[in-house]
Design a protein around this ligand. Structure first.
Ligand SMILES: Cc1cc2nc3c(=O)[nH]c(=O)nc-3n(C[C@H](O)[C@H](O)[C@H](O)COP(=O)(O)OP(=O)(O)OC[C@H]3O[C@@H](n4cnc5c(N)ncnc54)[C@H](O)[C@@H]3O)c2cc1C
Length: 390
């Protein structure tokens, strides 16, 4: 791996540590996890040992406080090893953890964050429902006041980590039935998964990220005390959408790791495979393809690191996080598709790694906001005075 001179010595060391781990523990097993749809539970304690569950958290909550850039540099390497493992970490670090840190009371932070930072508790984020995806404000699951606590009912779809998690942050309606006031009227609750009334439902059979478990979860008269509510009962969706700014750059890093892996496989294969008496890399049509793949990846990495630096300086905005997710995810889908072409018929076969990378890349254009939604956010931001300055 080449030295990246835009990183500090420490960031470079963490990048190498993550790369070594991915090469040793993830790459050799990723194809099997994919084929059998096996969740990679046994690598989680090793990742916890390396500090991957608390990289963004302050030291007072047992985190490493390394900052977004360092975290994303490491996450890219984990995704290079296996994108399913990367999404497990990305959801945990960017969404529930971040929401508790940002909107939780001191008591909630002390109760949850140290165990989450040490990797003793894996977490999940439950916003989407069968009828509410891009239009998250239309969600139907409800929390009703019940004495001094709350009673939750409803169902959530596609919860990453939902089966293995010890705790979920869930967004449910707190307003009157039938009432809808934009993003308001939705609360965010911290739900321990051992609470009676919490049920894990169907595990999805997915095109890609098959080593990551995506499940539905149901709340059946699930009773929570008042201490489960994060912040204002009216603002849970606003909190969730704000946390997705960090989540989206995490998906950007995941996409980039997939794209980098595809490029490396394509470069190696094009150097070895011979047709018409010479390596196929010597055909200009193919060499130009490799050049475009490498260039788009570098451009994506530049954008990702800019977003990470903005976050670390406290200035990441919706526009930059959406641009980062959009560009990195579309780069990953394009690069992995080109890699399949470079492998020819072998690229279409499960025996070779690039078809899995293509399948894993696709979802990065969908979750945490589809490409269409990212474009809407970016286009809207162009009409706000702050963004127009450039
Ligand atoms: C593997 C996987 C893991 C997931 N993990 C989680 C998780 O952990 N937690 C969670 O809460 N959710 C999760 N999701 C859900 C994910 O966030 C949603 O799938 C995503 O937000 C899109 O919602 P939808 O699937 O309902 O599509 P829809 O919103 O129904 O969109 C369908 C199509 O319409 C387009 N569209 C919708 N509205 C507009 C518009 N206004 N303008 C233009 N086009 C539009 C979309 O871009 C898309 O092309 C996961 C999904 C997957 C596939």
């Amino acid at each position: 791996m080449n030295r990246d001179f835009t990183l500090t010595e420490e960031q470079e060391q963490i990048r190498e540590l993550a790369r070594d781990f991915a090469a040793r523990e993830l790459r050799p097993r990723a194809a099997l996890w994919d084929a059998k749809q096996t969740f990679h539970a046994d690598v989680l304690p090793m990742l916890a040992e390396l500090g991957f569950f608390g990289m963004l958290l302050p030291e007072e909550y047992d985190g490493l406080n390394l900052g977004m850039l360092t975290y994303l540099v490491a996450l890219e390497q984990i995704a290079w090893g296996d994108a399913s493992v990367a999404i497990t970490l990305s959801v945990h670090n960017s969404l529930p953890t971040e929401m508790i840190l940002k909107y939780g009371s001191e008591e909630q932070k002390r109760r949850w964050l140290p165990a989450m930072a040490r990797g003793e508790i894996l977490s999940a984020f439950a916003l989407s429902e069968a009828g509410a995806g891009s239009d998250a404000a239309s969600l139907q699951a409800r929390a009703e006041r019940d004495g001094d606590g709350w009673l939750l009912n409803g169902e959530k779809m596609w919860v990453t980590n939902g089966a293995a998690a010890g705790v979920l942050v869930v967004m449910v309606r707190t307003d009157a039935p039938g009432e809808r006031r934009g993003a308001r009227g939705i609360g965010a609750f911290v739900v321990p998964t051992d609470t009676p009334g919490y049920e894990v439902g169907k595990k999805e059979d997915k095109m890609g990220l098959r080593g990551s478990e995506t499940v539905s979860v149901a709340f059946n008269d699930l009773r929570l005390g008042s201490e489960a509510l994060l912040g204002d009962p009216d603002k849970g969706l606003i909190y969730a959408l704000s946390s997705l700014e960090g989540g989206r750059v995490g998906v950007g890093a995941q996409a980039l790791g997939i794209a980098q892996a595809a490029l490396e496989h394509a470069v190696a294969y094009a150097g070895e495979r011979e047709q018409f008496g010479r390596p196929i890399k010597d055909f200009q049509g193919l060499a130009f393809k490799l050049a475009d793949m490498a260039t788009r990846i570098e451009a994506s990495r530049g954008l990702l690191h800019r977003a990470a630096r903005a976050w670390d300086a406290g200035h990441l905005d919706l526009q930059l996080s959406s641009m980062t997710k959009l560009f990195c995810s579309e780069t990953a889908v394009w690069v992995t598709s080109q890699a399949i072409n470079i492998f020819g018929g072998y690229g279409f076969m499960r025996d070779y790694p690039v078809e899995k990378l293509f399948r894993d890349a696709k979802v990065t254009e969908i979750y945490e906001g589809t490409s269409e939604i990212q474009r809407l956010v970016i286009a809207r931001s162009l009409y706000q005075p702050r963004a127009a300055k450039g």
